[in-house]
Design a protein around this ligand. Structure first.
Ligand SMILES: CC(=O)SCCNC(=O)CCNC(=O)[C@H](O)C(C)(C)COP(=O)(O)OP(=O)(O)OC[C@H]1O[C@@H](n2cnc3c(N)ncnc32)[C@H](O)[C@@H]1OP(=O)(O)O
Ligand SMILES: CC(=O)CC(=O)O
Length: 308
């Protein structure tokens, strides 16, 4: 039975996009409930200056707490060498480096040109290789499908950046639709090209649902062979440095889509609702999105693992 990895990014992408600060114990309760629902990988935080994103000031504590959850692959985002070192030292199993294909977004997001960001990635790879060899490094290519600052992003630019990152020694290169510009035809084409160029180093898909194309883009990525998808509980999310960025595809809806298509996620939707309650308790008043949470599972729904 085909298996798909749903990688939950709500505690990072979701919380970075809102002003309220979720207290550390509430974050850990939510992350625990997500893991109990079957999420095997969770991006629990980012290692960024607390002055910029106060929501992430407790990043190290959150990684340490999440590592207590048996079997969970604890992931974190780091925008630079300093952040990556802190993530490695806290014990993250995977670190994602946000590398923008659009240089305008790179300057807005990490305050670096492409050349400076390449140097930063090289330094992170060198540190990982020297002192933290077990950690997986992903370059997540932001604005891979288009950018609200630069407009159209040529597909050749995305592929060139992907190859450059693989050559620098990251383990995976994923493609992110930061501001909801992607369409299914483009997604199918770009992921096929990425997989042809990078083979096993071609990573997963990270879609925002800004223009309602998120789940259609998932189906197109599946057709291109992608088996790892980021998603955010309640559809929270959005880059604070990309104008017009809004939430990620909703974890609850993604799991329903995949399971209905006979693809095993290992995730239980009822248990996801308990995690949603933990999120709501930690962030009272924050609107949460999702069709499946509103409508419920259809009568007679079966998980791929039960149908097999
Ligand atoms: C598409 C997405 O959703 S990506 C995720 C969302 N975006 C982000 O999280 C933004 C990430 N960007 C950033 O954090 C910043 O732009 C940086 C850190 C990468 C670069 O900013 P710069 O101002 O150029 O950093 P610089 O190296 O000059 O350091 C500025 C200050 O931050 C501190 N700092 C730098 N990096 C870090 C870090 N990773 N963690 C904590 N503090 C840090 C420095 O020590 C310095 O502190 P000081 O003012 O007290 O001396
Ligand atoms: C790091 C991310 O959150 C990816 C993106 O949306 O560009």
């Amino acid at each position: 039975m085909p298996q798909i990895l749903v990688s939950e990014v709500g505690p990072r992408d979701g919380l970075q996009s809102i002003a309220a600060v979720m207290p550390t114990p509430a974050k850990l309760r939510w992350i625990g409930a997500l893991a109990a629902a079957g999420l095997r990988e969770i991006e629990v935080c980012s290692f960024v200056p607390p002055k910029l994103l106060p929501q992430m000031a407790d990043a190290a504590e959150v990684v340490v707490g999440a590592r207590e959850l048996p079997g969970l692959h604890v992931a974190a985002l780091a925008p630079n060498l300093r952040g990556a070192q802190a993530a490695f030292e806290a014990g993250a199993a995977k670190v994602t480096l946000p590398v923008s294909v659009s240089e305008a977004h790179s300057l807005a997001n990490v305050r670096k040109t492409h050349g400076q960001m390449r140097d930063e990635v090289a330094a992170v790879v060198a540190l990982r290789d020297a002192r933290f060899p077990g950690v997986t490094l992903e370059a997540g290519l932001s604005t891979a499908f288009g950018c609200t600052l630069a407009g159209r992003v040529p597909e050749a630019d995305t592929l060139r950046m992907a190859v450059a990152m693989a050559q620098l020694g990251v383990d995976e290169v994923g493609l992110s639709d930061t501001t909801g510009y992607a369409n299914p035809a483009q997604v199918r084409r770009l992921f096929r090209a990425l997989r042809a160029e990078l083979g096993a180093r071609a990573g997963g898909a990270h879609f925002h649902n800004t223009r309602g194309q998120g789940l259609a883009n998932v189906v197109a990525a599946l057709e291109a062979g992608v088996d790892t998808f980021d998603a955010s509980q309640g559809g929270l999310g959005g880059c604070p440095y990309a104008p017009g960025a809004t939430g990620n595809i909703v974890t609850e809806d993604l799991v329903f889509l995949l399971e209905s298509m006979g693809l095993d996620t290992g995730i239980d939707v009822d248990a996801l609702m308990a995690a949603r309650a933990a999120l709501r308790d930690g962030l009272p008043g924050e609107p949460l999105y999702g069709h499946v949470p509103d409508a419920g599972l259809p009568k007679g729904f079966t998980y791929a693992r039960e149908a097999a």
